[in-house]
Ligand binder design. Structure first.
Ligand code: PHE
Length: 342
């Protein structure tokens, strides 16, 4: 390797500087020595080790200082010029990077797991008609969720005269996409629908005016509860861990019969009982059931030929459990101190 001799560089520099005819020329020489000669010395230094590196490094820094002083000889104007000069030996400024929102990354993980077992990922509108959100899903006219306090209805002229297909609202769940999809595609089918839903609610640590769900639907010949248990069990084992247990409890939804609630064994305390599972050892995450024949009929699917299961789960709730977050509002507050942790 080429021998580095700082003394020689200094001699050459002084020689050249003497020969300079103007301030401008002097400045150019100084710049050349710092930006070319000394920079390459600093690069070469990386390959040298031990005391030799320390000595050369020190000498090089002294020379740099010496050159800078020469450059500064002419007073104020020269100092300005020096400040303008780019010191390529300084470390660069680091670029600030954003991070992926915890709800987005969880949604991506869920999508990947279902896609791996053959589910298509489908989208639906957030601005929905009363027909798809309620009527087609077998909600009776006087079902309490249709009340003003739960649903965000859209103001429309002469609304009372409109049909339920024309009356608009912000969807309260992702289930309307079940009907929308079955109208277009005949069974066998399996889809998941990730998306945002809206509820007219006072916000607190566990309620938000909007949140995210993933809807699932599988329809075909002889689809049964056993198929559902297999799919949902596989999903949670992939998402959390392979030892997780699931159980079904009876429940009620207008659009499924029978309906159930799916609990998973608490991932935090391993069924010993903790604050997250309220000492029960189980966490309730999914609403599900066998698609109601009336819903199949709404979508023009023959319920005597086909059966299916549907399920819906809240992404926010799963993310809260996973990251031990105790306030859902943190997801929507845009506080960088929160978001940077993911
Ligand atoms: N849509 C229901 C909810 O928002 C969840 C659900 C989906 C239940 C599909 C059964 C079948 O709570």
């Amino acid at each position: 390797m080429k021998e580095i001799n700082i003394g020689k560089i200094k001699d050459r520099f002084s020689q050249e500087l003497k020969g300079a005819k103007s301030d401008n020329e002097k400045k150019k020489i100084c710049k050349k020595y710092i930006e070319d000669e000394l920079s390459s010395v600093f690069v070469l230094l990386k390959n040298i080790s031990g005391p030799k590196r320390a000595t050369i490094g020190k000498d090089a820094n002294n020379l740099k200082q010496f050159i800078l002083e020469k450059m500064n000889d002419g007073g104020e104007k020269k100092r300005e010029e020096r400040e303008e000069m780019i010191d390529v030996t300084l470390p660069g400024e680091s670029v600030k990077r954003g991070s992926i929102h915890p709800l987005t990354s969880l949604q991506e993980r869920c999508k990947r797991i279902f896609a791996n077992c053959g589910f298509s990922i489908i989208d639906g509108p957030e601005l929905e008609s009363e027909w798809y959100n309620f009527d087609a899903l077998n909600f009776k006219q006087d079902h309490p969720v249709r009340e003003m306090q739960d649903t965000l209805f859209i103001k429309q002229k002469n609304r009372e005269k409109l049909s339920s297909k024309e009356k608009l609202l912000m969807r309260t769940h992702t289930s309307p996409v079940q009907v929308r999809y079955m109208e277009k595609r005949k069974p066998p089918l399996r889809i998941i629908v990730p998306g945002r839903v809206f509820r007219n609610e006072a916000t607190d640590s566990s309620h938000e005016i909007n949140f995210y769900q993933i809807e699932g639907l599988m329809v075909g010949k002889k689809i049964s509860v056993a198929n559902f248990k297999a799919v949902i069990g596989y999903f949670f084992r992939q998402l959390f861990d392979s030892n997780i247990e699931i159980r079904l409890r009876p429940s009620f939804f207008p659009f499924t019969e029978p309906s159930f609630e799916v609990d998973v064994s608490c991932t935090i305390c391993n069924k010993r009982g903790c604050s997250v599972c309220k000492q029960t050892g189980w966490i309730e995450i999914v609403g599900a059931g066998m698609v109601h024949p009336n819903v199949l009929e709404s979508a023009k699917v023959d319920p005597t030929k086909f059966t299916g299961f549907a399920f819906g789960m809240g992404i926010d709730r799963i993310a809260m459990i996973e990251h031990k977050i105790d306030d859902i509002r943190l997801f929507y507050g845009g506080d960088l101190r929160f978001l940077k942790q993911f």
